[in-house]
Design a protein around this ligand. Structure first.
Ligand code: CUA
Length: 315
């Protein structure tokens, strides 16, 4: 019966940690419910049994009862120690990635996730991993504190600017799982989600090699720009179809007259686009907030040119 309840209230069991985490969770829940019911029944029973029956009913004064004291100290102590030992064992397990783990670098940005694989391939908001093999994530943030959370794996860890934090997991099978940012990080926090795709090891290697080849192909500038648009996270905030997500749409942007919050205006030419990518806070378009991270040092001049060429093609 407990398993049926858990299936409704807990996410899918998809990593080697999940079953143990759920078992501890269930233990705490069941113990709490039993204690709650016991106390509630006792309260009702005593309030009826010892209710005032006549005017001269006198409450007896009980100063001390060794048996009672020992009981209500020992039972909770044992319960708490069980939870501590169980939880600590699980914690150590989760903090100790196996030596043969496959490593992926994770960079959190406002408001997207970037994944870098050992062969240099990068993806955004989509993490590909080999199924049934330990995977270690080495994570840092480019701006504020974010938090990496995959409910199906029962793993969650803050991602900080200026230092690495790590996580590891091993999936039970191939499959798809949702990633959430679970630290409030700004306007786009709710949109900062992603997917983990656990692939069979052969499939994973094929995917990795294919991505490597794609990234090495010489592309026309605008096409390279389109790839950067997805891989660098522009897509999270700037639409291509005129809709407003978090930032202005790229559709029809080039050559348009832009109005800024400081009262000035300017035509969006190459120079404006380059400046906006490198120093997004200098002028803010009316109706938008100053939340875009700077890409200064993050994109090369050639890459910025490619993105500008891409924007120019979006009539
Ligand atoms: Cu990133 Cu919330």
């Amino acid at each position: 019966m407990l398993e049926t309840i858990n299936r409704y209230i807990l996410p899918q069991v998809s990593s080697t940690f999940a079953a143990d985490v759920d078992a501890l969770f269930t233990f705490i829940n069941v113990t709490s419910v039993i204690i709650l019911l016991g106390i509630t029944v006792a309260i009702f029973y005593f309030s009826i049994k010892y209710r005032r029956k006549s005017e001269d009913d006198v409450t007896p004064v009980i100063r001390f009862n060794t048996m009672l004291e020992v009981t209500w100290i020992t039972i909770p102590l044992i319960l708490v120690l069980i939870v501590f030992a169980w939880g600590f064992r699980g914690y150590i397990d989760m903090r100790t990635p196996p030596g043969n783990a496959y490593e992926v670098y994770v960079t959190a940005n406002s408001f997207f996730w970037q994944f870098t694989y050992p062969n240099g391939v990068q993806t955004t908001d989509e993490l590909y991993v080999p199924a049934g093999r330990p995977v270690k994530l080495i994570m840092q943030s480019r701006d504020v504190i974010h938090s990496f959370f995959v409910p199906d794996f029962r793993i969650k860890q803050d991602v900080l600017p200026g230092r690495y934090t790590t996580l590891w997991f091993e999936t039970l099978t191939s499959g798809e799982h949702v990633i959430f940012c679970t630290e409030y990080c700004g306007t786009g926090h709710s949109a900062m989600d992603g997917m983990v795709y656990a692939l069979e090891p052969d499939e994973f290697n094929a995917w990795l090699n294919e991505q490597k080849e794609l990234s090495e192909r010489e592309l026309p500038l605008a096409e390279l720009g389109r790839n950067l648009y997805t891989s660098q996270g522009c897509a999270g905030c700037h639409s291509l179809d005129g809709s407003v997500v978090i930032g202005p749409t790229f559709q029809g942007l080039y050559g348009a007259e832009r109005q800024f919050t400081d009262g000035t205006s300017r035509v969006a030419d190459e120079e404006y686009l380059r400046e906006s990518i490198k120093y997004p806070g200098r002028v803010i378009n009316v109706g938008f907030n100053n939340i875009m991270p700077s890409y200064e040092g993050q994109l090369s001049d050639d890459q910025i040119t490619a993105i500008i060429e891409f924007i120019k093609e979006l009539e």
